[in-house]
Design a protein around this ligand. Structure first.
Ligand SMILES: Nc1ncnc2c1ncn2[C@@H]1O[C@H](COP(=O)(O)OP(=O)(O)O)[C@@H](O)[C@H]1O
Ligand SMILES: [Mg+2]
Length: 369
């Protein structure tokens, strides 16, 4: 049994979202504004996306009976995070269109497959090597050099599952601590900036890229995004072109984000691909004529994408962990738009909300007549 790979939705149809975090919540809000309904599927009873939809399933991703009921209730399935088990995606894809295609997940869930994919397109990445053992790590260090970053191939996020290696003593401890046999060693990139491009690709292959975003991390977690990135126009055009080529190569449908390092002023190296809406695109909620969330919904519904128009220079600030305690100050700040995710305890490193500040472009002074 195979479902069609795409169906065009009508207002009133239902989108199934796998994952119930803040990304799912903001997708569901955007869908509601376009007259579409959402059914959120998440194993976590405290999912913030459950608060904004009427139809929700709280079940494990391996629960076939729950997946079948979910599929029967929705017209299309999408996801808000990339670690959906491939078995889950396959069960659903047999019944309903799943967008972006689960084949994309298989690649982007695995840092090694992802980097191989990008390199095959002739796009630059940090040098890397596959590592499956302590002996292999020693060899990889000789090949790649130090400093280098050792990462688990799967399930890493917000810097989890990665270690910076500065010296070749202590490799055994580092390997044991990583606790996996599937790793990748990457050359440390002494980048000047980190940027990302969020883009949407529609049923017809048309791609709309947002302006390039510059990202600042603290403790490996995104803290600020600034738009436009402080890079020459030509480099920004190259970054968008790289993103478009990746989206085309996946025959992608929906929104994706490509994280890149800028090195030596003019060199772009792809770090990661997120097959979903992305934290570095949150500024679009208030800083652009169409948000990344709405753009994703339009794309998977088979609706026209909106050419983005940015309202000015934008800064997005993430509220992480105890930052949330300052929410009243942010609410009182002129020009700030506050988004709180309605999550439970403000654990360290947990993304609790974000704030967008838009500085409208100055209008040219009126010429006196
Ligand atoms: N090869 C590298 N060289 C330099 N910095 C890196 C490298 N890989 C990752 N980093 C830093 O760590 C951050 C998180 O790594 P990333 O690979 O994006 O994993 P994730 O976002 O899934 O945790 C990056 O945004 C970057 O700041
Ligand atoms: Mg990243």
């Amino acid at each position: 049994m195979t479902a069609p790979s795409k169906v065009k939705l009508n207002p009133g149809d239902t989108i199934g979202i796998l994952g119930g975090g803040q990304l799912g919540r903001m997708l569901a809000l955007a869908a509601a504004r376009l007259g579409l309904k959402c059914h959120v599927y998440s194993p976590d009873p405290d999912s913030p996306a459950f608060d904004v939809v009427q139809r929700a399933t709280c079940a494990e991703y391996a629960d076939v009976a729950a997946l079948e009921l979910f599929a029967a209730d929705v017209d299309v399935v999408t996801y808000e995070f990339e670690n959906v088990p491939s078995g889950t995606a396959m069960i659903l894809a047999a019944r309903r269109p799943v967008l972006p295609d689960p084949a994309v997940l298989q690649i982007t869930q695995d840092r090694l497959a992802e980097k191989d994919f990008v390199r095959k397109l002739g796009i630059g990445t940090a040098d890397y090597a596959d590592v499956t053992s302590l002996e292999g790590l020693k060899q990889a260090v000789l090949k790649i050099g130090l400093p280098a970053v050792l990462k688990t191939r799967r399930f890493g996020y917000d810097g989890k599952g990665q270690v910076l290696i500065r010296a070749s003593n202590g490799l055994k401890e580092i390997w044991d601590e990583l606790g996996t046999h599937a790793a990748i060693l990457e050359a440390f990139v002494p980048f000047e900036r980190e940027i990302s491009v969020v883009a949407a690709r529609g049923f017809d292959g048309h791609v709309e890229c947002y302006d390039v975003t510059e990202n600042e991390h603290r403790d490996h977690i995104l803290k600020f995004s600034h738009v436009p990135a402080n890079i020459p126009d030509e480099l920004a055009a190259q970054a968008r072109d790289i993103t478009r080529r990746i989206a085309d190569a996946f025959d992608y449908t929906g929104v994706l984000a490509v994280e890149m390092f800028v090195q030596n002023g003019t060199e772009l190296l792809v770090n990661e691909i997120a097959p979903r809406v992305h934290n570095s695109g949150h500024w679009t909620l208030d800083g652009a004529s169409v948000s990344q969330f709405e753009q994703h919904i339009r794309a998977i519904a088979g609706w026209p994408l909106a050419p983005q128009q940015r309202h000015g220079a934008v800064t997005m600030t993430n509220l992480i962990g105890s930052d949330i305690e300052g929410y009243a100050d942010w609410l009182a700040k002129p020009g700030a738009t506050v988004h709180l995710y309605g999550k439970g305890p403000a654990r360290e490193g947990r993304k609790m909300g974000h704030v967008t500040e838009v500085r409208p472009a100055e209008k040219p002074a009126k010429t006196p007549v």
